[in-house]
Design a protein around this ligand. Structure first.
Ligand SMILES: *Cc1c(COP(=O)(O)O)cnc(C)c1O
Length: 406
């Protein structure tokens, strides 16, 4: 028995090539993608370990050049493909994926800022970005300077010799003011600042940051590119080689890679991105038009509507709008009544994020976020218009207004 078992694994010198043991067989598959096979979707490559043909190839590894695969964290064909496609959409040259939109913001900050520097954020910035600057960055000796996104003169006055990075957000994703991006970029150039835009709202479609001279575009792919409200991912894009070198170094050192499954979900989402984005846009404008005429509504905050802050900048710089907008109620409608209105909605679900198939609603206490600089009523209600029929959404808003305020 023992001898036979031994023979089966080929211990005898000169015997035929041994058959691998079961545990080994289970790990090594002779599978090769069939020659002549072609499909619409690329294969999904999942890898932590990347194998090298020999020691020389391993020693020659070069994670900085994207043709050289070195380790899953530094990229696979699936993640490189998504980075390349995002760069193509937005007119960038380089792209880097991060595990979330917020980690993409962190990547830009950590790659470009050092102790003693200052970073400028608009007062209407995505709130977790401000929180990162107020806590982590300030703890590392990087100062936060908050600027008024609609006031170029005040922004210029706030720049100091320490200022290195100017973040832009167009529009602010809660209060929806569309800043003068061209004016802000000119200011940044004059003072030698790097500009980075949180371009999540445009999905890389409605606004082209590189055509405006912005250095870095950051996106939360979690929103429109994913489209399913079920993936978390971010991206940082640039045309500038020197900036890309810094971003790539920090991306590697911070370990911000993403898995192949998530990347392929976003790749699949890209096929319908253009259609979805414009459907969200059209439906949102239809719902906003209806809301604007309601007597309970005081201010509509949607950059494509005349009278909304920065509308002229939207007309000048944007080709479409996202399915996102906010509105305030007449002052006699109390915060408690606004909450009741939100609770009475049926199709609109209460939840953060946006860009997914289901419409979402969140009430925000903007006065607390913005202080005296907020000129409109508070609370504000933000709607993310999903892919439902807009007439059903209007009927839902109508019944909630009647139930709670009528
Ligand atoms: C959602 C969002 C982010 C962050 O994206 P996550 O993937 O949720 O971390 C950043 N900026 C804006 C404007 C966003 O709406």
């Amino acid at each position: 028995m023992q001898a036979a078992e031994h023979a089966a694994v080929g211990a005898e010198p000169g015997a035929a090539e041994p058959a691998p043991r079961p545990a080994t067989l289970l790990q090594h598959s002779p599978y090769q993608a069939p020659a002549g096979f072609s499909a619409v979707q690329p294969a999904t490559h999942r890898a932590s370990t990347v194998l090298f043909a020999n020691v020389a190839a391993m020693r020659a590894r070069d994670w900085r050049h994207k043709t050289g695969y070195t380790y899953g964290l530094h990229g696979t064909p699936t993640t490189f493909m998504l980075e390349a496609r995002l760069a193509e959409i937005e007119g960038a040259v380089h792209g880097l994926l991060c595990p979330s939109g917020l980690s993409a913001i962190a990547l830009v900050n950590l790659a470009l800022l050092q102790q003693g520097d200052a970073v400028m954020l608009p007062a209407n910035v995505y709130n977790p970005s401000r929180d990162m600057a107020q806590t982590l960055l300030s703890g590392w000796g990087i100062a936060l300077q908050v600027y008024s996104p609609m006031d170029l003169a005040a922004t210029q006055a706030a720049i100091t010799p320490q200022t290195k990075l100017l973040w832009l957000e167009a529009p602010g994703s809660v209060t929806m003011e569309m800043p003068d991006l061209r004016g802000l970029v000119a200011l940044a150039r004059q003072h030698g600042l790097v500009t980075a835009i949180d371009n999540t709202w445009s999905a890389g479609l409605a606004l082209k940051p590189f055509a405006l001279g912005i250095d870095i575009s950051m996106q939360a792919l979690t929103k429109y590119q994913s489209g399913g409200a079920d993936v978390l991912m971010g991206a940082v894009l640039t045309r500038d080689e020197a900036l890309q070198d810094k971003l790539l170094d920090a991306h590697m050192r911070l370990g911000l890679g993403v898995g192949g499954d998530d990347a392929s979900l976003v790749l699949r989402g890209l096929h319908s991105l253009h259609l979805r984005y414009h459907a969200h846009d059209q439906a949102a404008r239809r719902v906003a038009t209806w809301l604007q005429r309601r007597p309970e509504v005081q201010t509509l905050l949607h950059p494509a509507f005349p009278g909304s802050p920065g509308h002229a900048h939207w007309v000048r710089d944007c080709s479409a709008a996202a399915g996102l907008f906010s509105f305030t109620f007449q002052p006699q409608i109390t915060a408690a009544k606004v909450d009741t209105f939100v609770d009475a909605l049926r199709l609109f679900k209460i939840g953060y994020s946006w860009g997914g198939p289901v419409s979402l609603v969140v009430p925000y206490d903007v006065a607390a976020m913005r202080g005296a600089s907020w000129p409109y009523a508070s609370p504000l209600v933000r709607l993310s218009i999903g892919l439902e029929d807009p007439d059903d959404l209007i009927a839902d808003l109508d019944q909630a207004l009647r139930v709670t305020l009528g």
